[in-house]
Design a protein around this ligand. Structure first.
Ligand SMILES: [Zn+2]
Length: 329
């Protein structure tokens, strides 16, 4: 079974994959409160198909495709104690969404993603499966707070609750733990950056023998510097392609030396990047860190792309990484 990760330019994904029809059916059942046998079967089928695509593309370090999660914040809020979910709220035109509402002390009271991770790991033909969790700062930022009235307290309770899930995952064999904090780049104040760091300390600070990853994308990532350099993480996973690699100057300036999740696939663009283009982009990463520290991946989750396009992009990404191992390392 053993799958050996390449020593250089490991290929990976951020987390989400386009939803298979089974996942969309499962969302409908979930909304009707029918989390029954059929619901589970559909989610599993969607995860199985995701993994088949990842393996056919040749991705080294994979995910479960987040096929159970229609929304990255609502999903965790539905599973944690202390949240309710609002009715659909109109945000503009005919775009409606639901928002988590904090109504009580946030606590973990049952396993959330453990079974999906285990299922994915069973199907992965030995490839490691990364765990992806929506971070406490983002969970709080995207919720209405009717209980705490104090961001710090709520974020720390969220971090404690998620830590519980992380501990179980690690006990089960998970080796890659990724915290997704997209809200952190929206327009963070310095105190937000420090709060996010303290929350990560709670979740990741005492972990050994696992890879700790933080994913951030879009917005004003530069506002997280230099504090982010001291976050308790091994790998910073960034969106870079869409913003034309402007962050690289900053990474250079601060002598960045952690592992770098290096975005080479624009998930907001249907155009499939060519192998040559990706290879050129990977070359830029070598100005920051050596090939052992570069994890080649899409900017962000792939869920908004059509499946055929996502798959074609991943295939070229893997081919480019294979060439990079020969030509650039
Ligand atoms: Zn992202």
């Amino acid at each position: 079974m053993g799958y050996k990760l390449p020593e250089k330019f490991v290929t990976t994904v951020v987390g989400s994959y386009p939803y298979f029809p089974e996942a969309l059916k499962a969302f409908r059942l979930r909304k009707q409160g029918k989390k029954n046998f059929e619901y589970e079967r559909l989610v599993r089928e969607a995860i199985k198909k995701t993994i088949k695509d990842y393996i056919s593309a040749g991705v080294d370090l994979i995910s479960d495709g987040e096929q159970r999660r229609e929304d990255m914040a609502v999903f965790f809020a539905e599973e944690l104690r202390g949240f309710e979910i609002s009715d659909y709220v109109r945000i503009f035109d005919n775009v409606y969404y639901r928002k988590p509402v904090i109504v009580d002390k946030i606590e973990w009271n049952h396993e959330i993603i453990v079974k999906d991770w285990k299922y994915a790991a069973k199907l992965s033909q030995g490839r490691p499966v990364k765990v992806t969790l929506t971070g406490p700062y983002t969970m709080y930022s995207w919720s209405f707070d009717k209980y705490y009235g104090n961001m710090r307290k709520a974020v720390f309770d969220l971090a404690e609750a998620l830590s519980h899930e992380i501990r179980i995952l690690i006990k089960g064999g998970a080796e890659y733990i990724q915290i997704d904090e997209p809200a952190l780049s929206t327009n963070p104040k310095k105190e937000d950056v420090i709060l996010a760091r303290e929350a990560l300390e709670i979740m990741l600070g005492r972990l050994h023998n696992v890879k700790r990853i933080l994913h951030i994308c879009y917005g004003k990532i530069e506002r997280l510097f230099p504090e982010i350099l001291d976050f308790p993480i091994d790998q910073l996973d960034l969106e870079l392609k869409n913003s034309k690699y402007i962050l690289l100057e900053l990474l250079k300036e601060f002598s960045f030396d952690k592992e770098l999740g290096f975005g080479v696939i624009d998930v907001h663009n249907e155009k499939v990047e060519s192998i040559e283009e990706i290879l050129e982009d990977i070359r830029l990463g070598l100005e920051i860190v050596p090939p052992e520290k570069i994890f080649v991946k899409p900017d962000c989750g792939l869920k908004r792309l059509k499946r055929e396009i996502a798959l074609a992009k991943l295939k070229n990404m893997v081919k480019a990484a294979v060439e990079a191992r020969e030509k650039l390392a």
